[in-house]
Design a protein around this ligand. Structure first.
Ligand code: ZN
Length: 139
């Protein structure tokens, strides 16, 4: 494995560890945004700030206002002095179409993820926007 791929796997493992912060039961997702070799933001799936730390309703369905890890990482930058232009997003799971729109608008240029999702319209949208998408499954 080349050095670049080894580094990608290292960031993906960190995103996986970060996902452990999520109190969601159905799926725990973690994301890191890396720019110029620094982690500039992080996120995991969960309810907005100030809401109860429960992602699922009584029937086990994910609440509609739960934010995905990517959305949390991107919006966290909006409150910082940094920006994600040209950055790489590392995420444990293949991005959905809603997050993909945010990724494009955030100026992120590369997305690396571990687990495949059942839908691939998010990745198709990213690729259409010229974003490099790499699937690095767990070794
Ligand atoms: Zn999403």
């Amino acid at each position: 494995m080349d050095k670049k791929t080894a580094l990608d796997y290292r960031y993906l493992r960190m995103a996986g560890i970060w996902a452990e912060n999520s109190y969601c039961r159905r799926r725990q997702v973690g994301a890191l945004i890396v720019k110029d070799k620094s982690i500039i933001s992080d996120g995991y799936n969960g309810t907005p700030a100030g809401f109860e730390n429960v992602c699922e309703d009584e029937t086990g369905q994910t609440k509609p206002y739960v934010l995905h890890a990517e959305a949390n990482a991107i919006t966290k930058i909006a409150r910082s002095g940094n920006n994600s232009d040209g950055a790489t997003l590392y995420v444990t799971d293949e991005p959905c179409i809603e997050c993909s729109k945010l990724i494009i608008q955030a100026g992120i240029k590369r997305v690396v993820y571990t687990r495949s999702y059942r839908l691939h319209d998010g990745v198709a949208l990213l690729q259409r926007a010229g974003i490099i998408v790499e699937h690095l499954p767990e070794l």
